[in-house]
Design a protein around this ligand. Structure first.
Ligand SMILES: Nc1ncnc2c1ncn2[C@@H]1O[C@H](COP(=O)(O)OP(=O)(O)OP(=O)(O)O)[C@@H](O)[C@H]1O
Length: 739
C-alpha cells in the first residue's frame, strides 16, 4: 500500500499512551470469590518458585495477578521470554543481554530435536515456523505476528527473526547455492538500516520508533533456503517531515546526514556547520541510530549506486531548506504573500537542490490556480495556505521517495517467483494508540489493531471453542469479546465511519465538523460501540475498541482523508532536473498521485484495501503470535512496573489466551495432512519395528494420538506435534496396522 499519510505526529504533544487510558477490561474474568482468592494466595506463597513457570498455562489459577507475578519474578531473574500457550510473551530488557541471540544460541535451537523443550525464546517460535515449512503441513506458509505498544520491542524482535532465518536458512551445506544465499541474506538484513533510517524516528516513547508498519515475506526454495524477500509497508507517518511533536525528532536520515556529512557533502547539500533547520529539532540529542555510514553501506550493498545516492541526498537536503522558508502576510490581498527575511536564500537553495526553477517554486507555493469554466484563474494564497502548501510539498516528496526506496529494496531482494515455493512472513505493526487528541491516523491504526485482534480471536479463541462444540467435547466456555461490531462501525457497509468519511470527502466543499458529527450520530447511533460525550465542546466521537475507549476529534478528519496535493506542485516536480525526483513524479509504476489520480482515492480506502490484502495473506498462513511487553514507560533497563505491564496484558487478552490454551489441544493437524506427512511410518510394520515406538492414547469418542518417534532424522519434526486428534483416526489407523 502507499505511504498514505497522516499526522500522527501532530497530535502527540502531551499525549498519553494507551496504557494510562484503558479502563475497561476487555474480557469478562470470573469474579474473585473467596475460594479463588485463597487459591491465588496459596499459589503466590511459594515466591521462589514463581520464576520457574516457563509456560503460563501451568500457572494455577490463571488470573491477571498470578500471571503478572510470574512474569515479574522471571524478569527479575533476567528471563525475558515466557510461553503463554499459543503465544510467546517477550519482556523488553532495555539493555543488550550478552549471548541471548548469539550464533551459538541460534544453532542450539535450530539443531535441537525438540527446541520447545529448551528455555522459551523467540528462536523457538522462529524454529517452529521453519519446521512447519519443512514439514509441508497445510497451511505451509507461516506468519509471525509481532505486536505490542511503542517501545515494547517489535522491531528488535523482527530483526532477530530475520537474522535467525538469514543464518539457519543459509547454513545449508548446499555449496552451489551458497553464494546466492549469502548475497540474499546480506541484502535482507541490509534492508533494515535503510528502512529504519527513512522510516524511524526518535519519539517520546522510543528512540527508534518505526513510523510505518511492515510485513516482510522471507521467500524459501524447495530446500527451505532463503532465496529472497519482499516487504510491504503501511501508513508512513509522512507528516513528521514537516511537523515534529514537542521533544521528538524528524526521521533519522536527516540527522544522519547532518551529523555524518563530509565537508564536501555539506557544500553540495548547502548545509554549513551550525546552520539551524526548523524541521530538524533536538539535534543535540545523540542516539545510536545516528549512523550515516551504516546506512550508506547498506545502500551500496543493496545496489543503490553513488549517483542515485547523490540524487537522494540532494532531495533530502532540499526538503530541509524548504522547512526554513517562511511567508509574511501580504498587505494587498490581491497580491501573493512575500517571503520572510532570509527565506529567499532558503527558497533559492531548495530550488537548486530539487532542481526546479526558484520563481516557479515560489509561485506554486503562493498562488493557487482555480478553474473557472475553460479558464484558469490565479488566486493568491493566504499565509497559512502558503505554509500548508510548503509542508504538503515536503510530505509528498518524502512519501514518494520512501515508496521508491521500498520498491528498490524489493527489486533487489525479491526472488524470481519460479525459485521460491513458501514464505515465512514477519508482521511488525504499530500497537494501539490513544492520545489526548486522536484523529484519522489513530483511527486507522486502531482499526488495524481491531483487524489483527479479530484474526487472533478467530484463529485461537473462537475457532478452538467452536470446534470443541462441534466435536461434542466437554468444555467450559471462556468468555471473550468478539469485536465484529466495532469493525462494522468503522468499516462496515452500507454505513460506517469510513463510508461517511468518504462520502463527505467526495463532496466538493469545505467540511464542517459539527455537521459531520450530527450526521455520524444520525447514521450510526444504532451501534453500541460509538458514543458521544455531551459535555465535550469539540466535535468528536468515541469508539469502544477492544482495548479501551478512544475519543476521536472530527476537526480536520475529512481533509486528512482527502489528503489533497495541489496539482501545481506535482506539475513542478514533474519538471525537476533531478533524475530521481523527475522519475518519482513521472513514473507510472510508482504511486504517483498526479499520474494515477490517487488524490481521488481517500486515505481510509487505501488503508482498508491494503489491510484487507494483508488479512487475506494472514488467513492463508499458519500464524504465530509474539506479544512484546514494555515493562516500564521510561525505557529503563531491567525495571518492571506492574501497573504498566498489567494494562498491556489485559489489552492483548493474555489471560484468556492462557485459559484456552491450557484447556485445549494446542497443536492440531488435519487428519489428511497428518497421514500424508507421516503415513510413511506405516512402512515400518507394527509397533515392534526396529527404532519405531508409537504410543496411542484413545479418548472416546475423540482421539488423541501421542506419537513418540525416534526413527530417522526425517521424522524429527514430528516432535513438534505432540497431540493430534481426529474423529475417524482410530478406524483408519487401526486398519493400517491391521489391528
Ligand atoms: N530483546 C531485547 N534486548 C535488548 N534490548 C531490547 C530488546 N527488545 C527491545 N530492546 C530495546 O528497546 C528499544 C525499543 O524496541 P523497538 O524499537 O523494537 O520497539 P517497537 O515495539 O518496535 O517500538 P515502535 O512501535 O515505537 O517502533 C530498542 O531500541 C532496544 O534498545
Amino acid at each position: 500500500m502507499s505511504s498514505a499519510d497522516d499526522s500522527r505526529a501532530g497530535h502527540r504533544n502531551g499525549g498519553a499512551s494507551v496504557k494510562g487510558f484503558i479502563q475497561k477490561v476487555r474480557f469478562s474474568h470470573p469474579p474473585l470469590n473467596d475460594s479463588l482468592e485463597e487459591e491465588i494466595q496459596t499459589f503466590l506463597i511459594d515466591e521462589d518458585q514463581l520464576h520457574t513457570f516457563d509456560d503460563l498455562t501451568k500457572v494455577n489459577p490463571v488470573t491477571p495477578t498470578t500471571v503478572l507475578k510470574c512474569l515479574k519474578a522471571r524478569y527479575s531473574m533476567r528471563v525475558f521470554y515466557t510461553h503463554a500457550g499459543c503465544t510467546l510473551v517477550a519482556l523488553n530488557p532495555f539493555q543488550p543481554i550478552p549471548d541471548l541471540y548469539s550464533l551459538d544460541v541460534m544453532n542450539e535451537y535450530h539443531c535441537a530435536p525438540q527446541p520447545q523443550e529448551f528455555k522459551p525464546h523467540i528462536f523457538i517460535v522462529a524454529e517452529e515456523a521453519y519446521r512447519n515449512v519443512q514439514g509441508q503441513l497445510e497451511p505451509v506458509n507461516q506468519s509471525l505476528v509481532v505486536s505490542g505498544e511503542s517501545g515494547a520491542g517489535k522491531t528488535w524482535t523482527s530483526r532477530c527473526l530475520m537474522k535467525y532465518y538469514a543464518t539457519v536458512a543459509a547454513s545449508s551445506s548446499v555449496m552451489k547455492s551458497q553464494d546466492t544465499v549469502e548475497r540474499i541474506e546480506r541484502r535482507v538484513l541490509d534492508s533494515n538500516p535503510i528502512m529504519e533510517a527513512f522510516g524511524n524516528a526518535c519519539t517520546l516513547r522510543n528512540n527508534n520508533s518505526s513510523r510505518f508498519g511492515k510485513y516482510i515475506q522471507l521467500q524459501l526454495d524447495r530446500c527451505q533456503l532463503l532465496v529472497g524477500a519482499s516487504v510491504q509497508t503501511y501508513l508512513l507517518e509522512k507528516t513528521r517531515v514537516a511537523c515534529q511533536p514537542a521533544n521528538e525528532r524528524n526521521f533519522h536520515i536527516f540527522y544522519q546526514m547532518m551529523k555524518g556529512a563530509t565537508d564536501e557533502q555539506r557544500k553540495e547539500w548547502k548545509m554549513p556547520h551550525g546552520q539551524h533547520y526548523a524541521w530538524l529539532p533536538n539535534t543535540e540529542k545523540i542516539i545510536e541510530e545516528d549512523c550515516f555510514y551504516e546506512t550508506l553501506d547498506a545502500m551500496v550493498n543493496l545496489g543503490i549506486n553513488t549517483e542515485r545516492q547523490r540524487e537522494i541526498f540532494r532531495i533530502l537536503a532540499g526538503i530541509l531548506q524548504l522547512g526554513n522558508v517562511d511567508f509574511s502576510t501580504s498587505t494587498d490581498e490581491s497580491k501573493p504573500c512575500n517571503l520572510k527575511e532570509q527565506s529567499e536564500d532558503f527558497l533559492q537553495r531548495a530550488a537548486e537542490l530539487l532542481c526546479v526553477p526558484s520563481e516557479e517554486l515560489q509561485t506554486c507555493l503562493c498562488v493557487r490556480t482555480l478553474k473557472a469554466g475553460k479558464q484558469n484563474v490565479l488566486k493568491p494564497c493566504s499565509q497559512t495556505e502558503c505554509s500548508m502548501r510548503r509542508d504538503c510539498l515536503a510530505k509528498v516528496i518524502y512519501a514518494q521517495l520512501f515508496e521508491w526506496l521500498v520498491t528498490f529494496i524489493n527489486n533487489s531482494m525479491c526472488a524470481d517467483s519460479s525459485t521460491w515455493y513458501n514464505f515465512i512472513g514477519v508482521l511488525d505493526v504499530y500497537g494501539f494508540e490513544c492520545f489526548q487528541i486522536n484523529n484519522l491516523e489513530q483511527l486507522c491504526i486502531n482499526y488495524a489493531n481491531e483487524k489483527l485482534q479479530q484474526h487472533f480471536v478467530a484463529h485461537y479463541l473462537r475457532a478452538q471453542q467452536d470446534e470443541y462444540v462441534s466435536e461434542g467435547l466437554q468444555w467450559s466456555f471462556v468468555k471473550y469479546q468478539d469485536n465484529q461490531s466495532c469493525l462494522d462501525l468503522i468499516e462496515g457497509s452500507p454505513v460506517s465511519v469510513f463510508s461517511l468519511l468518504n462520502e463527505e470527502s467526495r463532496l466538493n466543499r469545505a467540511s464542517d465538523a459539527k455537521t459531520f458529527r450530527v450526521r455520524l450520530e444520525k447514521e450510526l447511533s444504532g451501534n453500541t460501540n460509538i458514543s458521544w460525550d455531551k459535555f465535550r465542546q469539540v466535535p468528536h466521537f468515541t469508539v469502544a475498541h477492544y482495548a479501551g475507549k478512544v475519543v476521536y476529534q472530527i476537526e480536520g478528519m475529512v481533509e486528512k482523508n482527502k489528503d489533497p496535493v495541489p496539482p501545481e506542485l506535482i506539475n513542478l516536480l514533474q519538471k525537476s532536473n533531478n533524475p530521481l525526483l523527475h522519475q518519482l513524479f513521472n513514473d507510472k509504476t510508482t504511486q504517483n498521485p498526479a499520474a494515477k489520480g490517487l488524490s481521488k482515492i481517500t486515505v481510509v480506502s487505501k488503508f482498508k484495501n491494503s489491510l484487507e490484502s494483508l488479512m487475506r495473506i494472514l488467513h492463508s498462513t499458519t500464524p504465530h503470535y509474539t506479544r512484546c511487553i514494555k515493562p516500564n514507560p521510561d525505557c529503563k533497563p531491567l525495571t518492571f512496573t506492574k501497573e504498566e505491564v498489567i494494562v498491556q496484558l489485559e489489552a492483548c487478552g493474555i489471560v484468556e489466551t492462557i485459559h484456552i490454551s491450557a484447556a485445549g489441544f494446542p497443536i492440531r493437524i488435519p487428519f489428511k495432512s497428518f497421514m500424508q506427512r507421516y503415513g510413511l511410518i506405516t512402512k515400518y510394520s507394527r509397533f515392534k519395528s526396529e527404532g519405531v515406538c508409537v504410543g496411542l492414547v484413545v479418548y472416546s469418542p475423540f482421539l488423541s494420538l501421542a506419537l513418540f518417534v525416534n526413527v530417522t532424522l526425517s521424522l524429527l519434526s514430528l516432535g513438534l506435534f505432540n497431540l493430534v486428534y481426529a474423529k475417524d483416526f482410530l478406524t483408519q489407523f487401526t486398519s493400517l496396522y491391521e489391528m
